[in-house]
Design a binder for this molecule. Structure first.
Ligand code: ADP
Ligand code: ADP
Length: 216
């Protein structure tokens, strides 16, 4: 079945702010779902609920997913630990054994083209490379669902364009489902199979459209 299903979901924060009007939406297994809309429209609210990090005020969020990974705009790497150690971090926190997490992290680093800098420190890397480490760290726990909140927003336009190609290549290789938040309509259409368009105001989904050029 679908990875996550939103049924008539609203979110009113504890201060009374209504951040989400009723949302009906599914994240399908293996699809890339883009979510686009202006700042403050409720994209992160929706993603946090898909993650199970925040509850629905009314309606229900059903999650049918065991392994979820996150990628955010800020790669938040530990400055004093190697690229390899950073890539193993999530698996380590999840209690994956040393040999297995080492293997998974090395494979993920190869996959993002960073096998050669496994022993470097984050400060020796460019912004694009740091984002690749963040992707490798997410991949190393073999996710069924990748939740990505404006992952490439801090990168220059050239790197950003490369990273979206890179993400699609990884997706073809591994076939995980993706919820990809962006405020770029172009990026949403390029990356997604379906595009959720959110409207400004009391967060509501204005439309869900098929991308004219879905990745294959
Ligand atoms: P987006 O990701 O589209 O920029 P958010 O989901 O972060 O939007 O926020 C939607 C709206 O909800 C914003 O107006 C924001 O200020 C408000 N909001 C977000 N989190 C909270 C919270 N914990 N308490 C109150 N208001 C919040
Ligand atoms: P929930 O019911 O999902 O836990 P809360 O209203 O308790 O939502 O807020 C969740 C978190 O968001 C809190 O840690 C709060 O400090 C933070 N927060 C509060 N206001 C905002 C805001 N305007 N934008 C973003 N985050 C906020």
């Amino acid at each position: 079945g679908d990875l996550v299903t939103f049924d008539g979901v609203t979110k009113t924060y504890s201060n009374g702010f209504a951040a989400l009007a009723p949302v009906d939406l599914a994240i399908r297994r293996g699809e890339v779902l883009s979510v686009v809309g202006p700042s403050g429209c409720g994209k992160t609210t929706l993603l946090r609920m898909a993650a199970g990090l925040s509850g629905a005020s009314t309606g229900s969020v059903r999650r049918n997913v065991e392994r979820t990974s996150y990628v955010f705009q800020d790669p938040t790497l530990l400055a004093w630990r190697s690229v390899q150690a950073n890539t193993e971090l999530v698996a380590r926190i999840r209690g994956v054994g040393r040999a297995e997490r080492r293997r998974a992290a090395s494979e993920a680093l190869e996959l993002v083209g960073l096998g050669h800098v496994a022993h470097s420190l984050p400060r020796e890397l460019s912004g694009g490379m740091k984002m690749r480490v963040s992707l490798a760290r997410a991949l190393a726990s073999d996710p069924e669902l990748m939740l990505m909140d404006e992952p490439f927003a801090a990168l220059d336009e050239f790197t950003r364009e490369r990273m979206s190609d890179e993400l699609l290549r990884l997706w073809r290789e591994r076939g995980f489902g993706v919820m990809f938040i962006t405020h770029s309509i172009r990026e949403a259409v390029k990356i997604g199979h379906r595009v959720v368009v959110m409207a400004k105001g009391p967060g509501r989904v204005a439309d869900v459209v098929d991308s004219p050029s879905p990745p294959t």
